[in-house]
Design a protein around this ligand. Structure first.
Ligand code: ADP
Ligand code: MG
Length: 620
């Protein structure tokens, strides 16, 4: 547009110049060239400037465009509009145009002046153009400077963008982190709520425990005070115990003295009763009515008397039948209704003497079937127990009671049978054909012992009962083989008692002998032959010798014929001066046993009349 304007004006001038002066054309050309260059330059230079301006910053674009427009092509095209330049050019052109059109051809001078005016005009134009050119150059410089600034700014911005992008990237990771963190936070929140739930529960528990603790502390306090009270009472009790212990010790001493006193007194009583005592026991009728027994009379109010009565027919028949009575008196008479317990009560005092250290011997004398074995051994039921099991029971019971006073007892049992002056071990458990022989020996300390005999240590009743059972077995074996051998043999149960009171260094030793004698019946000589005669002789002699020994002891004879029979030899220590002897005379109630009963009672009476010398305990 600027170019058109410029060129449309120039032909007006060049048309005239072509006709007039070629120098005009020469002068005009540089102006045209300059014009074009000026015209072209802004177009080329400002375009990139516009492109340089970042689209994001429109404000920056506006400023250079406004600034460039007046300095660029507009200036060239509108050059004449400038007040200071328009006037002279228009005036010159007007003057030249008017002058040329008015000047006649001859007026060369005028023409020259016109030309000069024109030149002048052009020169001023050149000047202004140059001025404008300089001005434009300045603008360019400024624009370039501005461009560099913008480029710098661009660079800065790019850098900033990079930084921002980096920051953005960072922010993206931060965002991820944030998301993760918020997930974590959610988890933690959940955990927190769980934990606070738990916390609540724990708080409840703690409260509960605290209250329990309080309770326990209260209880503890109560118990502590109780404990203190207990300790106090314990102290008091200990004091009391000490006092009591002293009392107990004193009383023990007194008890011991009392026990020794009791033993002495007991013995005195036994001696007063007689060191040899005879009890009579009448067996009940095994069949028939008890009231049929007329020949044995037991006075109702005297338990020591017994009368045997017999009506003897008159030999001549002229006189009335005569009543013959035999009165006997014993330490005690037991009728047919007496129980095993009643019988034992009387013997138990002697059993006590055995524990006190006195030798005790108890015989059962009488014809076969009169109740000797029943009295000594009895039946299996406790109610039916005889003297031996009851004595054993009492001994173990009393020994236990004496333990509290410091007495320790040990017991040794033996069970021997004397048949035809031969000893047989009833506690033998070996082979029957290997039975050893036995001999009675007197030891240097005067103790009697039997060789090869079983001496069995016993610690309780049961053990003794077992031994009695064993003895019965051994006897029954003999019975089958030898035709009721037991009734023709003596059986001797012996319990050696040893007591020791280590507190007081006291010892006692004694023997309890319980003897079931052989049947005392006399067999008529005409009926007895061979073995039976030998048995009879042996039994008679041993029983007779027993009577003789007792009588000799009673008479305090210097010689006591113990050796005359195995029985007396074996029992010599139980029959002597320091012993207590009890004889049961067993009576059969049947009428046909009258004479045997009479014999037995006579024998027993003889024994009863004897007084054995005062016994003294075997103390060491
Ligand atoms: P022994 O031993 O003198 O030959 P036993 O003791 O064997 O006599 O007695 C003979 C029988 O009489 C046995 O059956 C026994 O049970 C019985 N007997 C003996 N004494 C009594 C009594 N007191 N009460 C009841 N039965 C008795
Ligand atoms: Mg018998």
């Amino acid at each position: 547009m600027n170019k058109e304007n410029t060129s449309s004006r120039l032909p007006v001038m060049s048309g005239k110049r072509a006709h007039t002066n070629s120098s005009d054309g020469e002068q005009q050309q540089p102006a045209q060239k300059k014009m074009r260059r000026v015209d072209a330059e802004p177009a080329q230079k400002f375009r990139p400037a516009a492109s340089v301006v970042p689209p994001r910053r429109p404000a920056a674009v506006k400023a250079p465009v406004k600034a460039l427009r007046p300095t660029g092509a507009a200036t060239v095209a509108v050059a004449p509009a400038r007040g200071d330049q328009k006037k002279p050019v228009a005036a010159v052109a007007k003057a030249a145009g008017l002058g040329a059109s008015r000047r006649p051809g001859w007026d060369l001078k005028g023409k020259v002046s016109d030309m000069e005016a024109k030149v002048q005009n052009y020169q001023s134009k050149i000047k202004s153009v140059n001025l404008e050119n300089d001005h434009l150059k300045d603008s360019i410089t400024k624009a370039q400077k501005h461009k560099t600034e913008i480029e710098d700014e661009n660079k800065g911005l790019k850098k900033r963008i990079g930084e921002c992008e980096e920051e953005l990237e960072k922010l993206a990771t931060v965002k991820d982190d944030l998301a993760q963190t918020s997930t974590e936070r959610d988890g933690l929140k959940k955990d927190l709520s769980n934990l606070s739930e738990e916390h609540k529960v724990l708080e409840g528990l703690r409260d509960h425990l605290e209250s329990e603790l309080r309770n326990i502390q209260t209880q503890l306090a109560i118990q502590t005070s109780t404990l203190r009270q207990c300790q106090d009472s314990l102290k008091e009790s200990q004091e009391l115990v000490r006092n009591l212990e002293e009392t107990v010790a004193r009383q023990r001493e007194e008890l011991h003295i009392g026990e020794m006193e009791r033993r002495k007194l007991h013995n005195t009583i036994q001696e007063l009763k007689g060191n040899i005592r005879v009890f009579c026991r009448v067996r009940p009728l095994l069949t028939g009515n008890q009231s049929d027994v007329l020949h044995i009379q037991l006075p109702a109010h005297d338990n020591k008397a017994l009368t045997l009565a017999k009506t003897e027919e008159s030999h001549t028949g002229r006189t009335a039948d005569t009543q013959k009575s035999y009165n006997f008196s014993f330490d005690r008479v037991f009728g047919p209704r007496s129980s095993q317990r009643e019988v034992f009560e009387e013997i138990s005092l002697l059993v006590q003497s055995a524990l006190d250290g006195y030798n005790v011997c108890c015989f059962a004398y009488g014809q076969t079937g009169s109740g000797k074995t029943f009295t000594m051994e009895g039946g299996d039921v406790e109610d039916m127990w005889g003297v031996i099991p009851r004595a054993v029971q009492q001994i173990f019971k009393s020994a236990k009671a004496l333990q509290e006073q410091g007495w320790e007892y040990s017991f040794t049992a033996s069970f021997v049978e004397i048949y035809n002056e031969t000893l047989r071990d009833l506690l033998y458990t070996g082979k029957p054909n290997k039975r050893p022989e036995h001999e009675i020996r007197k030891l240097s300390n005067n103790e009697i012992t039997v060789t090869n005999l079983t001496y069995q240590q016993v610690n309780n009743e049961d053990e003794v009962h077992n031994l009695i059972m064993l003895a019965n077995q051994n006897r029954s074996t003999a019975r089958t083989g030898m035709n009721d051998h037991s009734s023709r043999s003596h059986s001797v149960f012996q319990l050696d008692i040893e007591g020791q009171n280590s507190d007081r260094d006291t010892k006692c030793k004694s023997v309890l002998c319980l003897v079931d004698l052989a049947g005392s019946e006399r067999v008529q000589k005409s009926q007895s032959q061979g073995e039976r005669f030998k048995e009879m002789t042996s039994i008679n002699s041993s029983l007779t010798n027993l009577g003789i020994v007792i009588a000799a002891l009673a008479n305090k004879e210097s010689f006591i014929p113990y050796r005359n029979s195995k029985l007396t030899y074996l029992l010599q220590n139980c029959l002597g001066g320091n012993s207590k002897t009890l004889m049961f005379v067993n009576i059969a109630p049947e009428e046909e046993s009258f004479s045997e009963s009479l014999n037995s009672l006579r024998f027993a009476s003889k024994v009863n009349d004897c007084v054995i010398g005062t016994a003294s305990a075997n103390r060491k």
